[in-house]
Write a protein that binds this ligand. Structure first.
Ligand SMILES: Nc1ncnc2c1ncn2[C@@H]1O[C@H](COP(=O)(O)OP(=O)(O)OP(=O)(O)O)[C@@H](O)[C@H]1O
Ligand SMILES: [Zn+2]
Length: 453
């Protein structure tokens, strides 16, 4: 075949594919409109049982009122959105899982845009380290449940939005019941058990799942369980080992990065609800905040033998995702128990018995964290250097003195246990201990003025 014939054959095929894709999208939108109707009916039934959103009555809104027109005028005049788009949004219900760095901006844009019903689920309470990125919460609401705090802020923004709070952990036992009442689910959580749980539940309930994540200066976004696209398990059939997972509390994150991804999650949810544009399913958006660049990559299609979303699924009910992933869904107080109790030392014991004596106090946190706050006379040797034996060079004189006790500490008393094991292997005759609970225990049990992060 000569080149010009091949080119025109390719053009013809491409046109046919895009027509088929458009037809598929139209059918899928019909299916979603149908399932929205079913969801609204389920909600109405739940309502009569007194356990679901107190919202929109049994019939869908068919008209915009004067306030709607004024409030949403700038998006109403968008030809691709218009009155029909606004009505779909007004009749929609979206569940936001996690009212943290991603969930706050996502909820804010959805409420502002006129999403009629929002469900907010978070088991945690507002604390000061949230404010730099969890922008719905405020100083005055420190200690309040995050879902409640977000509800107050969102109602100030748009009192027409019906908001239901679930101030509890989403887990296998309550997920199907809670998710059933919503059209679209946003994964704004920060842990693997919740990611697998949401993916499996959304496949089982046929709900689109708008999934975001952000860490340090980077973010990612995709839509699972939408059309013919894959689910989370198609991409990650098995979880990574727990030690390979970092969260914002350990790795850090910039608020504007979570804000970028959270706002885009709201956008994808609006596109799904309204049937607008090209939904990010089967594609992954990768945001690099350092260079200010976005990349859009195709991800694999549905895995034919996926345990959950394939034609013959093996998993048809939710499982225990904490066991499956080997980690907790709650990132708070997750202490590691690597050493026996008599191989460790409480902060009280350290202060009473050792602090005034000659000893070597090694803080194994990364240097950036050591610079935030440190105990008097502690020296910083980050864990990586300990594992590398780099500390040998720096402390060879001290370490030759076998009588000198060595105390290792870190932020919460996890990394310090790893350090103890390593140091003890190299210096079996030394007295080596770590501080249970690390600097957090120091701040809560010894010195309440010590800064905590
Ligand atoms: N299974 C779950 N059910 C309910 N809420 C969840 C679940 N998993 C995670 N979350 C919530 O999702 C949010 C994730 O947001 P983010 O990581 O920004 O906040 P954070 O946990 O306060 O952060 P940090 O790690 O800095 O303490 C948290 O508020 C967390 O409580
Ligand atoms: Zn799958």
């Amino acid at each position: 075949m000569i080149k010009s014939e091949a080119d025109s054959e390719r053009t013809k095929l491409e046109r046919e594919i895009s027509e088929l894709r458009a037809a598929l999208n139209r059918k899928e939108q019909c299916l979603r409109d149908l399932s929205s109707t079913v969801t609204a009916a389920a909600r109405a039934q739940n309502q009569s049982e007194g356990n679901a959103m107190k919202s929109q009555g049994e019939s869908a809104h068919t008209k915009l009122n004067k306030d709607d027109v004024a409030r949403y005028s700038r998006q109403l005049i968008l030809p691709s959105f218009g009155v029909q788009g606004q009505l779909k949004l007004k009749n929609s219900s979206v569940l936001i899982v996690g009212l943290g760095g991603l969930g706050c901006p996502a909820a804010q844009y959805l409420a502002a845009a006129g999403c009629g019903n929002l469900g907010l689920i978070d088991y945690d309470d507002v604390e000061r380290s949230n404010f730099h990125r969890q922008i719905l919460h405020s100083e005055a609401r420190c200690g309040m449940s995050k879902a409640e705090s977000a509800r107050i802020a969102l109602l100030e923004l748009n009192p027409n939005c019906e908001i239901r709070c679930h101030s509890r952990l989403l887990y296998s036992q309550n997920a199907m019941h809670i998710l059933r009442g919503y059209d679209v689910v946003l994964d704004c959580s920060d842990n693997l058990p919740t990611r697998y749980l949401l993916s499996d539940a959304c496949v089982m309930l046929r709900k689109p799942l708008v999934s975001g994540s952000a860490l340090k200066m980077d973010g990612q976004l995709t839509v699972y369980s939408y059309g013919n696209g894959p689910c989370y398990r198609c991409i990650y059939p098995v979880p990574p080992p727990p030690e390979a997972v970092t969260n914002c509390g350990d790795g850090g994150v910039l608020g504007a990065v979570t804000g970028t991804i959270g706002a885009m999650q709201a956008l994808e949810a609006i596109k799904v609800i309204v049937g607008l544009g090209d939904v990010l399913a089967g594609r992954l958006l990768i945001f690099d905040g350092s260079s200010g660049t976005f990349r859009n990559v195709r991800i694999r299609s549905k895995r034919p033998n996926c345990h959950v979303c394939s034609a013959q699924p093996i998993i048809t009910e939710l499982i225990d995702y904490e066991i499956f992933c080997g980690m907790h869904a709650t990132d708070k107080n997750n202490p590691m128990q690597m050493l026996a109790a008599d191989e460790r030392m409480s902060v009280e014991e350290y202060r009473e018995k050792l602090q005034a004596q000659p000893h070597l106090l090694i803080d194994v946190r990364p240097t950036a964290e050591f610079e935030i706050c440190q105990l008097p006379k502690s020296v910083n040797v980050p864990l990586v250097e300990i594992l590398d034996d780099g500390y040998l060079k720096r402390f060879s004189n001290h370490l030759e003195d076998k009588a000198l006790p060595i105390v290792l500490l870190c932020r919460r008393g996890n990394d310090s246990q790893i350090a103890v094991q390593h140091v003890r292997n190299r210096f079996p005759t030394h007295f080596v201990r770590d501080l249970i609970g690390g600097l957090h225990a120091w701040a809560s049990n010894i010195d309440p003025s010590f800064p905590i992060y």
